[in-house]
Design a protein around this ligand. Structure first.
Ligand SMILES: Nc1ncnc2c1ncn2[C@@H]1O[C@H](COP(=O)(O)OP(=O)(O)OP(=O)(O)O)[C@@H](O)[C@H]1O
Ligand SMILES: [Mg+2]
Length: 505
């Protein structure tokens, strides 16, 4: 046992100070103290300060709080203070694991990384981690996608079917081995490719030539169709769309069939509707054979839905259709339990006041009802304040990396039970790749140094598609939402600048 100091001054049941004799103790370290009634109690160092005393001696004092001890049946919080001047030792692995609820072996558990400040592997129970949904939240660049990829590798290793909503096309790097061997040593892992466990789909195979074509079935609700029309429809046009969809109800139809039905309408303003539908038809996103739910959701397999290059409304349409179809299929038990990950969740289920998305409804439904059916959600965002609170608060496990924005911190505080100012402070100070893990998978919030990936992390500069573009592909997929025309000004900004500031002499 390594003695690190003694309790100093007044002691409260869970708050006290330690006079440190070991200068190498870090903030966040776990220590243990033998309590006369409870036995070993695990405690954590919150802050450390050093100063010169009146007797001219250097003093190192730490503020700490008692976490818990192992009672007969469960983990309990001490109610009686420690004896003043009691000895304090560095926490040992067994006690730390026991009190924090960390698993001992990697079999059937998620290997997330190392407990910060201790060379102790963090293995989490798979089901407790994902069953009641999980969120991964952090400011941009703090390591969300990296952490998510570690989670995905672990879930794939355990055979859990995964759907990845990937707006930036970054998860296909699971296909390649990580070549950063040096950093793998610390975490004792080996490079691995997931190429035979991953299929990448995209509605736009021009931008994403390595992906399989994902065709969207043109089965719309009135709301969806109005949302994705390339122009705003007036009330008469909306009623034309409504009547036409009604006539096709229960039938298999293509966009062309819908156009033909609209043509039969007597109202003159139908031409604008027809024009919009033709733009949708010619975009190419509805072309091709639809992928079945059984193809998308398979044991030990991840389907990446690469949305790179698609306009936001079409991205939302794809997410709506896939989430809705899979949720229906899951309710009927046509597919196995699955993990459904959404990157940039603030774009697919925004909080009120931060935009609208047609995918909000189904994602809210999945968040509140999904767990009953084995439809497990993973919500990833760099702007937690902009994610629908109904969705965020349903996530029982939170992996939070560095966040500094006060609104985002507030949103996190509101969605976590027992969130403390101390936790908020910890989140502000996290380093890249370090995460606070909160939820049922741990007895206490813990800070994890997330392990290195086995597969390569996406780096846009290093990534080149394997396939060449086939001739004619470019013509197939066309933009749907036409950008507003920018009228050329008579003089460009540069010309004006030159004429004012760089007058030739
Ligand atoms: N656990 C980690 N181990 C090693 N490097 C990491 C780790 N986490 C993050 N990084 C580094 O930080 C960079 C940014 O991480 P990542 O791409 O996950 O950020 P992000 O939070 O998803 O950002 P964005 O909001 O822009 O998507 C990575 O390219 C990687 O170099
Ligand atoms: Mg990212």
């Amino acid at each position: 046992m390594q003695l690190i100091g003694t309790i100093y001054g007044e002691v409260k049941p869970t708050e006290f100070e330690i006079l440190l004799i070991n200068p190498n103790i870090e903030r966040g370290s776990y220590v243990k103290i033998d309590h006369e009634q409870y036995g070993w109690v695990l405690s954590k160092i919150d802050t450390i300060r050093r100063y010169i005393s009146a007797e001219d001696q250097e003093i190192t004092l730490a503020k700490a709080h008692a976490i818990a001890y192992k009672g007969e049946k469960s983990i309990l919080v001490p109610k009686i203070p420690f004896k003043p001047e009691e000895r304090v030792y560095l926490g040992d692995r067994k006690l730390i694991r026991q009190i924090l609820g960390l698993k001992k072996s990697k079999t059937n558990n998620i290997y997330l990384g190392l407990l910060e400040g201790h060379n102790l592997t963090v293995y989490l129970d798979v089901h407790k981690t994902i069953n009641k949904h999980i969120s991964v939240l952090a400011k941009t660049g703090a390591g969300k996608s990296y952490t998510v990829a570690v989670l995905l590798e672990e879930l794939l290793d355990k055979g859990i079917p995964i759907i990845i909503i990937d707006p930036h096309g970054e998860y296909s790097s699971l296909n390649y081995e990580n070549d950063d061997l040096e950093s793998m040593e610390k975490y004792e892992i080996k490079p691995k490719t997931y190429a035979n466990k991953v299929t990448e789909y995209s509605p736009d195979i021009v931008v994403n030539p390595d992906a399989k074509k994902l065709a969207i079935q043109p089965r719309f609700t009135l709301y969806e169709l109005i949302e994705i029309m390339p122009m705003r429809l007036n009330d008469v046009q909306k009623s034309i769309v409504y009547d036409s969809l009604k006539r096709l109800e229960g039938k298999e139809y293509s966009i062309q069939d819908l156009i033909n039905v609209v043509r039969m309408d007597d109202r003159r303003t139908k031409w604008k509707v027809i024009n919009g539908l033709e733009t949708l038809r010619d975009s190419g996103i509805f072309e091709g054979k639809a992928v079945t739910e059984e193809e998308l959701v398979k044991k030990g397999h991840a389907s990446i839905i690469n949305l790179k290059g698609l306009e936001p409304k079409i991205q939302q349409l794809v997410v709506t259709k896939i989430a809705r179809d899979l949720f229906e299929a899951k309710k009927l038990n046509k597919i196995p339990n699955l993990f459904f990950l959404i990157e940039e969740a603030h774009n697919f289920c925004p909080e009120r006041g931060f935009g609208e998305a047609m995918s909000s409804n189904i994602l809210r439904t999945v968040a509140s009802e999904g767990r009953k059916f084995g439809f497990h959600l993973g919500v990833v965002s760099q702007r937690p304040a902009r994610v629908d609170k109904n969705v965020l608060s349903q996530c029982n496990t939170q992996i939070i990396l560095k966040i500094t924005n006060p609104n985002d911190l507030r949103a996190i505080g509101q969605s976590i039970e027992g969130f403390t100012p101390g936790m908020e402070n910890d989140i502000r100070q996290l380093s890249v790749g370090h995460a606070l893990v909160v939820g049922e998978c741990v007895e206490q919030p813990i800070t994890v140094d997330i392990r290195t990936r086995k597969s390569r992390h996406y780096d846009a500069a290093r990534f080149t598609p394997k396939k060449e573009l086939e001739p004619g592909m470019i013509d197939k997929i066309k933009p749907i939402f036409l950008k507003e025309e920018v009228k050329p000004t008579k003089k460009s900004y540069w010309d004006k600048f030159k004429s004012i500031f760089l007058k030739e002499t």
